[in-house]
Design a protein around this ligand. Structure first.
Ligand SMILES: *Cc1c(COP(=O)(O)O)cnc(C)c1O
Length: 467
């Protein structure tokens, strides 16, 4: 290994890389090359692309590598092993693409290498967070007092929202959870639907509520919580609802449940990982009625908004509860009168992920967001119509961006999935929905066109013909 003052010390080599800039040009060329191909390339990597990844399996290098070659290897070996979720024919899970402006903004932000912990270490990042917090309130119609924490995704955002709820509910019962912990605390009831997202269950476990203590409520044929089956709520309750069920895309009935919760002082968190954006679109007002009456919300940038990973936001109308829950102490932390982002997040050091979030919002504007989200819905309906015309069965109401295709049994379903994956034409995943074996189609890429949908329907038809 090179040591400090020799000619090939890593410090010297890094200065050289900075001076000639070649490594950055190589990265730009590789990214350009990737982007030029990604819209047309097969969606799932082929066998060769995945097998080639063994080239990464090297012994830990003793000596240093050449920066340019490192970037070249990444492209040569890594790019063929990627899934083309950046393009318009990836419909797996709920995986958004990334808007070009958002990717480009992130590149610049990466060069800045800012730490968003506090204003003192990155004024730019703090100001952009404040701006996005305000824009989100306006766009989603949330209360004026709502604050935002910029985290890595909805799993983390839900954790933060529920931590704020835990702080508030226990504080109301005269218990400071930060000081006294959960041992011996008054019981907190957590009420939610039996079809809540896995990451909500994860947060429930992490926060010490206990999965066995969840009060799970019946759901209807769209996996919405059955309002009449929700038990009596009280001031020791956290109620978790969802805007956008991960399978059907359905929305819980917020209005009545939020009123009920409010009247007894219960806390309501809404998991709106991809669905919260519906609140920005007048066409979906009926789905979002009463959504703004909750106490906290979680939403992703990297799904519906099409920012790159990792981008999620916790929104909370009770600033004190969120700040207390995320409590950060330390004599060297220089809080200011300006926004200090770490007050609202579990992390201290954080990359300036708000940059690409801001760039996406600014590029789209209110009208562009309406267009983007409405287009997901249009393309989802097109998918459902064309599949039905081909004799497939759609088992959900296509209210948002999700389409569920039913199959007789799991063997047939899996055969279709595998055939489609091998064709490279598009990518879809499976799930069980209300007892049906289904294929889930999630439309959430800005790049998806009507042609992409028709081409993907053809892949379904070809897969069925191969049975
Ligand atoms: C994707 C998703 C999550 C988890 O979000 P991440 O950003 O992956 O952490 C939570 N809830 C729902 C409904 C989702 O679709």
């Amino acid at each position: 290994m090179a040591t400090q003052n020799t000619d090939d010390s890593s410090q010297k080599r890094a200065f050289q890389d900075l001076a000639d800039g070649e490594v950055f040009e190589k990265a730009r060329d590789a990214a350009g090359d990737y982007m030029a191909g990604v819209m047309g390339q097969r969606v799932y990597p082929d066998e060769q692309g995945m097998a080639g990844l063994v080239a990464f399996d090297e012994a830990l290098p003793e000596g240093g590598g050449d920066a340019g070659e490192i970037v070249e290897q990444l492209h040569r070996v890594g790019s063929p092993g990627t899934v083309a979720s950046l393009g318009g024919r990836y419909f797996g899970f709920v995986t958004g693409s990334a808007l070009p402006v958002s990717l480009a903004a992130r590149w610049l932000a990466d060069v800045w290498d800012q730490n968003s912990a506090i204003y003192r270490v990155s004024p730019t990042s703090a100001v952009l967070e404040e701006v996005c917090e305000r824009w989100l309130r306006e766009l989603l119609g949330l209360p004026d007092e709502t604050v935002a924490g910029f985290v890595s995704g909805s799993a983390s955002a839900t954790f933060c929202g529920l931590a704020a709820g835990r702080y508030r509910v226990l504080d109301n019962l005269g218990w400071d959870v930060n000081q006294k912990g959960m041992n011996g605390a008054p019981p907190v009831r957590v009420v939610t639907s039996k079809d809540i997202h896995a990451t909500v269950v994860k947060a429930v476990a992490l926060l010490g509520f206990g999965i066995d203590n969840l009060e799970l409520v019946e759901t209807d044929e769209q996996e919405r919580i059955v309002e009449a089956a929700v038990p009596e709520l009280d001031s020791s309750t956290i109620l978790i609802l969802q805007a956008g069920n991960v399978n059907s895309g359905s929305f819980d009935a917020f209005d009545g449940l939020c009123d009920k919760a409010r009247s007894v002082g219960a806390w309501v968190h809404i998991d709106g990982a991809f669905g919260l954006w519906a609140a920005a679109v007048p066409e979906f007002a009926h789905l979002c009625k009463g959504m703004n009456k909750a106490n906290s919300w979680s939403v992703d940038g990297h799904k519906t908004l099409n920012t790159p990973y990792d981008s999620g936001v916790v929104l909370c109308r009770d600033r004190e509860a969120l700040v207390k829950a995320m409590q950060a102490i330390g004599s060297y932390i220089a809080y200011s009168k300006n926004r200090d982002g770490m007050l609202y997040t579990p992390e201290m050091s954080r990359r300036a992920r708000v940059v690409e979030f801001w760039a996406a919002l600014k590029f789209l504007g209110r009208a562009g967001i309406v267009e983007l989200v409405s287009n997901f819905h249009l393309r989802a309906k097109q998918f459902a119509d064309e599949l039905q015309a081909e004799g497939f069965t759609i088992v959900n109401d296509v209210v948002f961006n999700q389409v569920l295709v039913g199959f007789e049994n799991i063997t047939i379903r899996n055969h279709i999935i595998e055939h489609i994956e091998a064709s490279g034409e598009c990518w879809v995943g499976g799930a069980t929905f209300c007892g049906h074996s289904v294929i889930r189609i999630s439309v959430c890429s800005w790049a998806t066109t009507a042609d992409d949908v028709s081409r993907s329907v053809k892949a379904f038809v070809a897969a069925r013909a191969s049975l």
